[in-house]
Design a binder for this molecule. Structure first.
Ligand code: BGC
Length: 389
């Protein structure tokens, strides 16, 4: 294997992110596919057909002016049966990654982005020690295959979201609603990250390995009210800080996905999470760019390199996206100017895609997809990146 660059560029990364199950299509060996067949979630089908159209999408990314992409590897594709690696799938990912690198873009790759191979889900997912062993094996194999082209690795995407949606709310595979399992899964994902991090670093110390967290901004509804302030601080501690505390010594960088801000009011039968900041996205999420600055600023004490690994909105009419990106990038700049070591920003998402249990309705893409024809069109808002490039 030829040794080329494996260190992330010193320049600021301006990129877009996606995940395999949401864009590739045809991931028939995944637990999400199975859930789609059983009618528990919308079917993903061909999704945005990235499996076949990756070159077109990379070319459009270049045209937008991006210098980095974050993608993921579908574990169920490369290891559709335990211990049996599919050489054709591996060769396919090499083509995808090489194409990104040949276009001069930096490449971040996620190893677990919500979906599991069916066989792993059948064994109990990450609660099963054999599955954890296999995930480590898969990660090491991917490192061995692609360490010459991948600039940054993400072990796990948003452990807290994965645990909450699948184990507390029961909306995603494995559709559990059990608080104990939720807490255990959160803890387990931290353990897995640390283990995979150690294994990857000892196999290849030059690998840049991190984790991606979904961090929210919590504000007191009334900043003068001591109880509101207490609620906001507690939510920040339990929702953001505790998770980062458990991994910051075992990661080369912290990936931050920022979508949400909340105002907390006391008492009102516990938490009153108001989402009354205007405007809102098509999914009714409030837009609050200053919250990204606050979240980044709150990470100062961890002294870690930070990437915003996801930030974006569903906006089919493309009426808020331009300002959204501009404002969030301004928030990033502000945090950077105050000494936070922030090295890149990835918009979510490069193209429209399968938004998990919400199916194909929400439109997050810089590139619009016509799902009938799979035609691509760069949205007007994407031009904003030229201002920052
Ligand atoms: C996830 C993505 C998802 C996005 C928008 C993040 O939580 O990593 O997979 O599509 O948010 O909901």
């Amino acid at each position: 294997m030829s040794e080329t660059k494996n260190n992330v560029s010193s320049g600021f990364l301006l990129g877009a992110a996606s995940s395999s199950y949401q864009v590739e299509g045809g991931n028939i060996h995944s637990d999400w596919w199975q859930a789609g067949e059983e009618g528990k979630v919308p079917k993903a089908g061909q999704a945005s057909d990235y499996w076949n159209r990756f070159k077109t999408d990379h070319e459009l990314a270049q045209r937008i002016g991006l210098n980095a992409l974050r993608v993921s590897i579908e574990w169920s594709r490369v290891e559709s049966e335990p211990g049996k690696f599919d050489e054709a799938a591996i060769a396919h990912y090499r083509e995808v990654f090489t194409d990104i690198k040949n276009r001069g873009m930096q490449l971040f790759v996620t190893l677990h982005h919500f979906s599991l191979p069916n066989w792993a889900a059948d064994k109990g997912g990450f609660f099963c020690s054999a599955v954890r062993d296999s995930f480590e094996g898969f990660s090491l194999r991917m490192l061995k295959e692609f360490r010459d082209v991948v600039d940054g690795w993400v072990t796990i995407n948003e452990p807290e979201v994965y645990a909450t949606m699948g184990y507390a709310l029961g909306l995603w595979p494995p559709f559990r609603k059990n608080r104990l399992s939720w807490l255990r899964m959160q803890r387990m994902l931290g353990v897995i990250h640390r283990r995979v991090y150690r294994a990857m670093k000892s196999a290849y110390p030059k690998a840049v390995v991190g984790i991606v967290k979904n961090l929210h901004y919590y504000a007191p509804a009334n900043p003068k009210n001591v109880f509101d302030r207490f609620l906001a601080q507690s939510a920040h501690y339990f929702g953001n800080e505790l998770g980062v505390n458990s991994i910051y010594r075992h990661t080369d960088f912290l990936g931050v996905n920022y979508y949400f801000s909340h105002q907390l009011r006391f008492p009102l039968r516990g938490l009153d999470i108001r989402t009354n900041q205007e405007p809102k996205t098509d999914m009714n999420w409030p837009i609050y760019a200053e919250g990204l600055y606050k979240v980044l600023a709150s990470l100062r004490r961890f002294q870690l390199p930070v990437y915003v690994t996801e930030n974006g909105l569903a906006d089919a009419a493309d009426s808020h996206r331009k300002n959204y990106i501009r404002d969030h990038l301004t928030a990033v700049k502000k945090a950077a100017s105050e000494g936070i070591d922030i090295r890149g920003y990835f918009y979510w998402s490069l193209t429209d895609n399968y938004e998990w249990a919400d199916g194909f309705g929400p439109r997050f893409g810089l590139i619009e997809i016509d799902y009938e024809t799979q035609e691509r069109k760069i949205r007007e808002s994407a031009k904003v990146f030229k201002e920052f490039a």
